[in-house]
Design a protein around this ligand. Structure first.
Ligand code: ADP
Ligand code: MG
Length: 232
Protein backbone atom coordinates (compact mmCIF):
# COMPACT_ATOMS: atom_id res chain seq x y z
CA UNK A 1 0.00 0.00 0.00
CA UNK A 2 2.87 2.39 0.76
CA UNK A 3 5.94 2.44 -1.44
CA UNK A 4 8.75 4.87 -0.70
CA UNK A 5 11.49 5.21 -3.27
CA UNK A 6 14.76 7.10 -3.01
CA UNK A 7 13.49 9.51 -0.38
CA UNK A 8 15.77 12.43 0.48
CA UNK A 9 14.85 14.94 3.18
CA UNK A 10 16.30 18.22 4.31
CA UNK A 11 16.13 20.66 7.20
CA UNK A 12 17.46 23.78 5.51
CA UNK A 13 20.84 22.73 4.17
CA UNK A 14 21.14 19.60 6.33
CA UNK A 15 20.61 16.58 4.14
CA UNK A 16 19.14 14.07 6.61
CA UNK A 17 17.51 11.20 4.70
CA UNK A 18 19.76 10.00 1.93
CA UNK A 19 17.77 7.78 -0.38
CA UNK A 20 15.39 5.61 1.66
CA UNK A 21 13.50 2.73 0.02
CA UNK A 22 10.78 1.18 2.15
CA UNK A 23 7.46 -0.49 1.56
CA UNK A 24 4.50 -1.49 3.71
CA UNK A 25 1.90 -3.99 2.60
CA UNK A 26 -1.77 -4.03 3.52
CA UNK A 27 -2.22 -5.00 7.18
CA UNK A 28 1.49 -5.33 7.88
CA UNK A 29 3.36 -4.13 10.95
CA UNK A 30 6.72 -2.81 9.83
CA UNK A 31 9.26 -1.48 12.34
CA UNK A 32 11.88 1.12 11.70
CA UNK A 33 14.78 0.65 14.07
CA UNK A 34 17.97 2.54 14.73
CA UNK A 35 19.80 4.63 17.28
CA UNK A 36 18.75 8.13 18.22
CA UNK A 37 19.42 10.72 15.57
CA UNK A 38 19.53 8.38 12.55
CA UNK A 39 16.41 9.93 11.02
CA UNK A 40 13.50 7.71 12.03
CA UNK A 41 11.22 10.57 13.10
CA UNK A 42 12.29 12.56 10.06
CA UNK A 43 11.21 9.65 7.88
CA UNK A 44 7.70 9.62 9.36
CA UNK A 45 7.42 13.41 9.14
CA UNK A 46 8.56 13.34 5.53
CA UNK A 47 5.82 10.85 4.59
CA UNK A 48 3.35 13.12 6.37
CA UNK A 49 4.46 16.12 4.30
CA UNK A 50 6.08 17.93 7.23
CA UNK A 51 9.70 18.01 6.01
CA UNK A 52 11.06 19.16 2.65
CA UNK A 53 11.68 15.99 0.66
CA UNK A 54 12.46 14.58 -2.78
CA UNK A 55 11.88 11.15 -4.25
CA UNK A 56 8.63 9.24 -4.38
CA UNK A 57 5.99 8.20 -1.88
CA UNK A 58 3.20 6.15 -3.43
CA UNK A 59 0.04 5.41 -1.46
CA UNK A 60 -1.90 2.74 -3.36
CA UNK A 61 0.05 3.74 -6.48
CA UNK A 62 -0.77 7.44 -6.13
CA UNK A 63 2.06 9.94 -5.58
CA UNK A 64 1.56 11.82 -2.33
CA UNK A 65 4.95 13.48 -1.89
CA UNK A 66 4.54 17.24 -2.03
CA UNK A 67 0.91 17.25 -0.93
CA UNK A 68 -0.15 19.25 2.13
CA UNK A 69 -0.38 17.50 5.51
CA UNK A 70 -4.18 17.61 5.81
CA UNK A 71 -4.61 16.01 2.38
CA UNK A 72 -2.25 13.19 3.30
CA UNK A 73 -4.19 12.68 6.54
CA UNK A 74 -7.47 12.61 4.65
CA UNK A 75 -6.09 9.97 2.31
CA UNK A 76 -5.82 7.67 5.32
CA UNK A 77 -2.38 8.09 6.88
CA UNK A 78 -2.26 8.88 10.59
CA UNK A 79 0.74 10.08 12.55
CA UNK A 80 1.13 9.54 16.29
CA UNK A 81 4.05 11.70 17.34
CA UNK A 82 6.32 11.00 20.28
CA UNK A 83 4.83 13.95 22.16
CA UNK A 84 1.50 12.41 23.25
CA UNK A 85 -0.15 15.70 22.51
CA UNK A 86 -3.55 15.24 24.08
CA UNK A 87 -5.65 18.18 25.27
CA UNK A 88 -5.42 17.91 29.07
CA UNK A 89 -8.50 20.04 29.81
CA UNK A 90 -10.80 18.27 27.37
CA UNK A 91 -12.45 15.01 28.34
CA UNK A 92 -11.23 11.72 26.93
CA UNK A 93 -14.32 11.63 24.71
CA UNK A 94 -13.69 15.14 23.41
CA UNK A 95 -10.06 14.23 22.73
CA UNK A 96 -11.25 11.26 20.69
CA UNK A 97 -13.74 13.35 18.74
CA UNK A 98 -10.97 15.72 17.69
CA UNK A 99 -9.43 12.81 15.82
CA UNK A 100 -12.26 12.63 13.27
CA UNK A 101 -11.19 13.33 9.69
CA UNK A 102 -12.84 13.76 6.31
CA UNK A 103 -11.10 10.57 5.21
CA UNK A 104 -13.70 8.38 3.52
CA UNK A 105 -11.42 5.58 2.41
CA UNK A 106 -10.14 3.93 5.53
CA UNK A 107 -11.13 1.55 8.26
CA UNK A 108 -13.85 2.89 10.57
CA UNK A 109 -13.96 2.46 14.36
CA UNK A 110 -16.81 3.19 16.73
CA UNK A 111 -16.49 3.94 20.43
CA UNK A 112 -17.49 0.41 21.46
CA UNK A 113 -14.65 -1.04 19.40
CA UNK A 114 -12.23 1.40 20.99
CA UNK A 115 -13.43 0.32 24.45
CA UNK A 116 -12.51 -3.24 23.47
CA UNK A 117 -9.02 -2.09 22.54
CA UNK A 118 -8.32 -0.09 25.63
CA UNK A 119 -9.76 -1.60 28.80
CA UNK A 120 -9.85 1.52 30.98
CA UNK A 121 -11.16 3.82 28.30
CA UNK A 122 -14.87 3.32 28.98
CA UNK A 123 -14.53 4.06 32.70
CA UNK A 124 -12.56 7.20 31.98
CA UNK A 125 -14.46 8.56 29.02
CA UNK A 126 -15.68 11.68 30.88
CA UNK A 127 -12.53 12.58 32.82
CA UNK A 128 -10.12 15.24 31.57
CA UNK A 129 -7.34 13.80 29.40
CA UNK A 130 -4.73 15.32 31.70
CA UNK A 131 -5.81 13.01 34.54
CA UNK A 132 -4.70 9.88 32.64
CA UNK A 133 -1.34 8.26 33.28
CA UNK A 134 1.41 8.64 30.67
CA UNK A 135 0.65 5.20 29.28
CA UNK A 136 -3.06 5.87 29.08
CA UNK A 137 -2.38 9.17 27.33
CA UNK A 138 -0.29 7.26 24.81
CA UNK A 139 -3.15 4.83 24.24
CA UNK A 140 -5.55 7.74 23.94
CA UNK A 141 -3.46 9.39 21.22
CA UNK A 142 -3.37 6.09 19.31
CA UNK A 143 -7.15 5.65 19.70
CA UNK A 144 -7.70 9.26 18.65
CA UNK A 145 -5.79 8.60 15.45
CA UNK A 146 -8.14 5.66 14.75
CA UNK A 147 -11.08 8.10 14.76
CA UNK A 148 -9.66 9.43 11.47
CA UNK A 149 -10.17 5.97 9.91
CA UNK A 150 -6.58 5.46 8.77
CA UNK A 151 -5.35 2.65 6.53
CA UNK A 152 -1.85 3.24 7.85
CA UNK A 153 -0.73 4.54 11.25
CA UNK A 154 2.83 5.68 11.80
CA UNK A 155 3.69 5.62 15.50
CA UNK A 156 6.83 7.18 16.90
CA UNK A 157 8.30 5.51 20.02
CA UNK A 158 4.99 4.73 21.75
CA UNK A 159 6.46 2.86 24.70
CA UNK A 160 9.13 5.33 25.73
CA UNK A 161 9.09 5.94 29.46
CA UNK A 162 6.22 3.52 30.14
CA UNK A 163 6.00 0.89 32.88
CA UNK A 164 6.37 -2.76 31.77
CA UNK A 165 2.62 -3.29 32.32
CA UNK A 166 1.78 -0.30 30.14
CA UNK A 167 4.27 -1.44 27.51
CA UNK A 168 2.33 -4.72 27.34
CA UNK A 169 -0.94 -2.83 26.99
CA UNK A 170 0.43 -0.79 24.10
CA UNK A 171 1.73 -3.95 22.47
CA UNK A 172 -1.72 -5.58 22.76
CA UNK A 173 -3.35 -2.45 21.41
CA UNK A 174 -1.14 -2.42 18.31
CA UNK A 175 -1.81 -6.13 17.72
CA UNK A 176 -5.57 -5.59 17.86
CA UNK A 177 -5.40 -2.58 15.56
CA UNK A 178 -3.39 -4.54 13.05
CA UNK A 179 -5.79 -7.49 13.20
CA UNK A 180 -8.50 -5.19 11.85
CA UNK A 181 -6.41 -4.63 8.73
CA UNK A 182 -4.73 -1.33 9.55
CA UNK A 183 -1.08 -1.18 8.50
CA UNK A 184 1.39 0.09 11.10
CA UNK A 185 4.78 1.68 10.77
CA UNK A 186 6.37 1.51 14.19
CA UNK A 187 9.45 3.37 15.35
CA UNK A 188 10.57 1.56 18.47
CA UNK A 189 13.63 1.62 20.66
CA UNK A 190 12.71 -1.58 22.51
CA UNK A 191 13.87 -4.40 20.28
CA UNK A 192 11.76 -7.06 22.02
CA UNK A 193 8.54 -5.29 21.12
CA UNK A 194 9.65 -4.71 17.56
CA UNK A 195 10.63 -8.38 17.24
CA UNK A 196 7.30 -9.54 18.76
CA UNK A 197 5.04 -7.36 16.70
CA UNK A 198 6.64 -6.89 13.31
CA UNK A 199 6.15 -8.72 10.06
CA UNK A 200 9.30 -7.03 8.72
CA UNK A 201 11.96 -4.67 10.01
CA UNK A 202 14.16 -1.97 8.60
CA UNK A 203 17.30 -0.83 10.37
CA UNK A 204 18.48 2.72 9.77
CA UNK A 205 21.89 4.27 10.27
CA UNK A 206 22.91 7.82 9.32
CA UNK A 207 19.93 8.60 7.07
CA UNK A 208 20.06 5.31 5.17
CA UNK A 209 18.55 1.85 5.44
CA UNK A 210 21.42 -0.43 6.45
CA UNK A 211 19.47 -3.69 6.82
CA UNK A 212 16.08 -5.06 5.93
CA UNK A 213 14.67 -8.40 7.00
CA UNK A 214 12.41 -10.55 9.11
CA UNK A 215 12.44 -10.21 12.92
CA UNK A 216 14.10 -13.60 13.21
CA UNK A 217 16.91 -12.59 10.84
CA UNK A 218 17.64 -9.37 12.70
CA UNK A 219 17.46 -11.12 16.08
CA UNK A 220 20.06 -13.66 14.96
CA UNK A 221 22.32 -11.12 13.27
CA UNK A 222 24.68 -10.12 16.08
CA UNK A 223 26.70 -7.86 13.80
CA UNK A 224 23.74 -5.72 12.81
CA UNK A 225 22.62 -5.50 16.41
CA UNK A 226 26.09 -4.52 17.62
CA UNK A 227 26.79 -2.10 14.80
CA UNK A 228 23.44 -0.33 14.49
CA UNK A 229 21.11 -1.09 17.38
CA UNK A 230 22.74 -1.67 20.73
CA UNK A 231 22.96 1.35 22.94
CA UNK A 232 26.13 1.14 24.99
N1 ADP B 1 13.73 20.42 13.06
C1 ADP B 1 14.98 20.07 12.81
N2 ADP B 1 15.87 20.95 12.32
C2 ADP B 1 17.15 20.58 12.04
N3 ADP B 1 17.65 19.36 12.24
C3 ADP B 1 16.83 18.43 12.75
C4 ADP B 1 15.45 18.74 13.06
N4 ADP B 1 14.88 17.61 13.55
C5 ADP B 1 15.83 16.66 13.54
N5 ADP B 1 17.00 17.15 13.07
C6 ADP B 1 18.24 16.38 12.89
O1 ADP B 1 18.00 15.33 11.97
C7 ADP B 1 18.64 14.14 12.37
C8 ADP B 1 17.64 13.02 12.49
O2 ADP B 1 16.74 13.31 13.56
P1 ADP B 1 15.48 12.42 13.89
O3 ADP B 1 14.75 12.11 12.65
O4 ADP B 1 14.72 13.11 14.97
O5 ADP B 1 16.18 11.10 14.45
P2 ADP B 1 15.53 9.85 15.26
O6 ADP B 1 14.07 10.01 15.28
O7 ADP B 1 16.01 8.64 14.54
O8 ADP B 1 16.12 9.92 16.62
C9 ADP B 1 19.38 14.47 13.67
O9 ADP B 1 20.71 14.74 13.34
C10 ADP B 1 18.67 15.70 14.17
O10 ADP B 1 19.56 16.52 14.90
MG1 MG C 1 12.79 10.24 16.88
Amino acid sequence: MLKVKNLHSYYGKSHILQGIDLSINEGEIVSLLGRNGVGRSTFIKSIMGMVKSEGSVLLNNKEILGRPIHEIANLGIAYVSENRDIFPDLTVKENLELGKKENKYGIKWNLEELFDLFPNLKKRIDVPGGVLSGGEQQMLTICRSLMGCPKLIMIDEPTEGLSPQMVNNVEMLLKKISSKGVSILLVEQKLTIAFNLSNRLYVMGHGKVVYEGLPKQVKENKEIIKEWLEVS
